[in-house]
Design a protein around this ligand. Structure first.
Ligand code: ADP
Ligand code: MG
Ligand code: MG
Length: 251
């Protein structure tokens, strides 16, 4: 049983116009087996929250804490965060020229666990996960993100998530750019990993569509750098019907 706890998180970013506060006191707690949807209008700071948890150097925490099972995440390097069990699927994954998916995944797994996975079981694990995500076997030999379609990038993210067995996964706009079939396959992958490993999920999304496939236990409405309202799945239904106008007016 793990808990990711965010308390009074304030984060700034350097912009050409000067230092700007993006997160203005975020409180959020996610435990193993829970799925939390973070929903909010564009520019409300959802990705900033994800990057701050992951330790992206552009984002400066000026106040507050992030802990994983009591350990100070903010004191950890990016690598240490991954080793501690945090997984961030990037909204716009970068290309890694000359590195195949297969090598990339094995290197990442080795870095996280501290030892190279046994080749035979590893090859089998990769194969099983790729088949479940309906990925062509040749995909493993392609270079990371080079010429990947939107759907391939997302499947690759979920493949990583399954193979790296994190405690907490932060999925930022996993639904963006997916057609209905790809969305269903990717969502099934997330649900399978959740059921098999009991990981906690922070599912960041602007739209309610993905929540028809990945059922949230909690919904947090994110507006102007903080959580404006919290509830159960019914809050997502309300947003689907009414949009974010009410929250924007209040903000
Ligand atoms: P969301 O993911 O909810 O759409 P973001 O976290 O991407 O929101 O952005 C929140 C605000 O912070 C926006 O006004 C955005 O322009 C600004 N911002 C985020 N990252 C940066 C950055 N690296 N440089 C400058 N401004 C940024
Ligand atoms: Mg505060
Ligand atoms: Mg975003």
């Amino acid at each position: 049983m793990s808990t990711l706890e965010i308390k009074n998180l304030h984060v700034t970013v350097d912009t050409p116009e000067g230092v700007k506060e993006i997160l203005k006191g975020v409180d959020l707690s996610i435990s193993s087996g829970e799925t939390h949807a973070i929903m909010g209008p564009n520019g409300s700071g959802k990705s900033t929250l994800a990057y701050s948890i992951a330790g992206h150097p552009k984002y400066t925490v000026t106040e507050g804490t992030i802990t994983l099972d009591g350990a100070d995440v903010l004191a950890m390097t990016v690598d240490e965060r991954a080793k501690a069990g945090l997984f961030l699927a990037m909204q716009y994954p970068v290309e890694v020229p000359g590195v195949s998916v297969s090598n990339f995944l094995r290197t990442a797994k080795t870095a996280i666990t501290g030892e190279a996975p046994k080749l035979r079981t590893w090859v089998k694990d990769v194969k099983v996960s790729m088949e479940a995500l309906r990925m062509d076997p040749t995909f493993a030999e392609r270079n990371v993100n080079e010429g990947f379609s939107g759907g391939e990038k997302k499947r690759h993210e979920i493949l990583q998530m399954e193979l790296l067995s994190p405690k907490m996964a932060i999925l930022d706009e996993t639904d963006s750019g997916l057609d209905v079939d790809a969305l269903r396959i990717v969502s099934e992958g997330v649900n399978r990993v959740k059921d098999n490993t009991g990981l906690g999920i922070m599912l960041i999304t602007h739209y309610t569509r993905i929540l028809n496939y990945i059922k949230p236990d909690f919904v947090h409405v994110f507006v102007n750098g903080r959580v404006a309202e919290e509830g159960g799945p019914e809050l997502a239904d309300q947003l689907e019907a009414e949009g974010y106008d009410r929250f924007l007016v209040e903000a």
